[in-house]
Design a protein around this ligand. Structure first.
Ligand code: SAM
Length: 244
């Protein structure tokens, strides 16, 4: 089991975390959503090379398990753990059918659900989340923004990436991201479009309650920087939360 796309771009994807929007918007929005992590057990689905799993542990989480389909990404996560141990645990697994004998206070999916290519796959992801949440546990995600009009997809170049999709984007269509890294390396990968209504219906029918979308936020030290205005007006990514 592995993900050939992410295996082949693992290093470039990791480098894309140096693009400024990752820090000033993505990480800021996510850390605001997760709130106080002291003593929490966390399952980070689609953890990639573990950037957020490590951050959660360093912010007080009691235990963090990261799961990713790509063995290349998980290798990078363990490499980083060997350099500077945080106590996170990383494992290769498919979030569509993962079942471990454990439940968690918090499950995160930072660009997980946008890999569902159909309503059925989204159901699989959501069932995995529900299965592994303790009663009262929360799910938090960062996702490709399904409200983002394809007309805007090419307009994010100044933020270090572009999005592309077929004309007349339909349910299940690819959304190709190309990230242009500060060191001039780049990588492309596909997310998939499902409508906001599909997300909302599938969350409700799988037992993920109190579902909310969360617009991204820019960190306070950048809030008066007009550079981010277009990003904030037409957010290409979005946060989401739910609970059982
Ligand atoms: C855009 S990356 C995000 C990684 C990490 N969350 C981050 O923010 O850096 C998406 C990740 O989702 C993983 N992925 C895709 N489908 C998956 C699945 N079915 N189960 C687990 N991981 C999956 C990919 O291997 C990739 O590492």
């Amino acid at each position: 089991m592995s993900d050939p796309v992410y295996d082949s771009i693992a290093t470039e994807y990791k480098t894309s975390k140096l693009i400024p929007f990752r820090k000033y918007i993505e990480a800021h929005t996510l850390m605001n959503l997760v709130g106080d992590l002291e003593g929490k057990s966390i399952l980070d689905l689609a953890c990639g090379e573990g950037i957020y799993a490590r951050k959660f542990k360093l912010h007080g989480a009691r235990e963090v398990t990261g799961v990713d389909l790509s063995s290349g990404m998980i290798e990078l996560a363990w490499e980083e753990e060997l350099i500077k141990s945080t106590g996170c645990h990383f494992v290769v697994g498919d979030a569509r059918n993962l079942r471990v004998q454990k439940q968690f206070d918090l499950i995160t999916g930072i660009y997980l659900l946008n890999y569902a290519q159909s309503r059925e796959e989204l159901v699989q992801f959501c069932k995995t989340i529900v299965h592994h949440l303790k009663p009262g546990g929360r799910f938090l995600g960062i996702n490709d923004n399904p409200f983002n009009s394809p007309e805007r997809y090419s307009s994010y170049e100044k933020y270090g990436f572009i999005k592309e999709s077929p004309r007349n984007r339909q349910e299940g269509d690819y959304i190709r991201y190309t990230m242009y890294n500060p060191d001039r390396s780049f990588c492309s990968f596909d997310n998939y479009y499902l409508s906001p209504e599909t997300y909302e219906e599938v969350f409700a029918e799988t037992g993920l309650r109190y579902f909310s979308w969360h617009l991204p936020e820019v960190s306070p030290d950048q809030s008066s920087n007009p550079h981010w205005d277009h990003f904030m007006e037409y957010p290409p990514i979005i946060g989401m939360s739910a609970a059982v």
